[in-house]
Write a protein that binds this ligand. Structure first.
Ligand SMILES: [Zn+2]
Length: 94
């Protein structure tokens, strides 16, 4: 970088952070952390129903909640959130 001001700004910004091209990272599923499933009922004309399944750790439980909510209300549109935990493992500098 010929522009020294620009370079200073860049190194300030990069301090304490690793850039991906210099840092080899492997992400592995964390066996200690259960995935988290949630469903939100978004059925509705003017506003969504808004019913939430709450936090579930099993995709089958999520399906069951949706099936029950659908049976009770006839609602058919849902937004699903799945959160999976990962662990980053630093590799060798290259
Ligand atoms: Zn609903």
């Amino acid at each position: 970088m010929p522009d020294s001001v620009h370079t200073d700004a860049q190194s300030r910004g990069a301090r304490g952070r690793y850039r991906f091209r210099e840092y080899h990272v492997t992400t592995v599923p964390d066996p200690m952390a259960l995935p988290v499933y949630k469903a939100l009922c978004v059925t509705g004309e003017e506003h969504n129903c808004g019913a939430e399944s709450g936090t579930l750790h099993d995709a089958d439980e999520l399906t069951r909640w949706i099936a029950e909510h659908c049976a009770q209300t006839g609602h058919q549109h849902y937004e699903q959130t799945v959160r999976a935990m990962l662990r980053a493992e630093p590799g060798a500098w290259q």
